[in-house]
Design a protein around this ligand. Sequence first.
Ligand code: ZN
Length: 348
Amino acid sequence: MKDSKWMQLPRNVVIGPGVIHDVLDVCLDLKLIGNGLVLTGKKTEKMAGKLVVEILENTYNISVKKIKEPTYNEMEKIVETGKDSEIGFIIAAGGGKVIDVAKLASTKLDVPFISIPTSASHDGIASSRASLKDGVKNTSIEAKAPEGVIADTSIIASSPIRLTLSGCGDILANKTAVLDWRLAHRVRGEPYSEYAAALSEMTSEIIINSPEGIKEGIEAGVRKVVKALISSGVAMSIAGSSRPASGSEHMFSHALDMISKSGALHGEQCGVGTIIMMYLHGKDWRQIRDVLRSLGAPTTASELGVDEGDIIEALIKAHTIRPERYTILGNGLTRKAAKKASKKTGVI
Ligand SMILES: [Zn+2]
């Protein structure tokens, strides 16, 4: 086996209130050339997309595309148009899904990509993985990390607080993701990176130890969440996989996506999954529950809007989501064990 690896990290990361106005400077600093394509969403166009176009169109030839359905198909259409119109770079000004479409399209077109998140709902804003709906199922695909991340905390603070709290759930998930990773390292000899694991754990500790200002949605609180999400993305880039930020709690969330039509957010489900997986690891699950509770994020099935039976089914099914990824779920929970873990932790 070759003992070398590539770590692809964002080169320019700009965080703070009003930094969207730096978009031209970032493009010029990254030496972006050619035609620019700005991808945005229905609501996020007003929040960020429009302004980005206004700032850039004096210098670059810019076209805009509003993403309606963040599907694999939609992404492929963008790749086709991108080829025809000789796109030189892509900018995503929008939520997680717009960013995922841009990330994959830019990977396929082999052009640079800048991520301008309008919310802090999950750790995909700076990571090298994208998850898109492919028919019925959500698949997580290896892509490249953005060359630049512009996280305007004034814009993100104006997004619904529920999105930021969901981001917190995705950050807390790092706790059990790292425990699962260490377990897989011990039991299966899976490659493990001390550096990536430490960064990932530190990221969740920051939210656990100083959650002040987050639920109030003030800029300082939002900034903390944004930094943590970007650090999670960097930890994944260092590891060369999503291992440091995605373990059994993510499998539970993905299983729930297939079983329940509740409309709970990814990070909300991961937060609840983290409580249960901490319990299964024999660790301090109450601490995770208490942090989520103090933030006002869901900690129970009813707060997620999910049937209790669906929680049990998702727990039983979770290990089949990524069979190659060894976690505390091992070969699967029995119905009895799934019920006990959800009851003991108060999730059902
Ligand atoms: Zn996640």
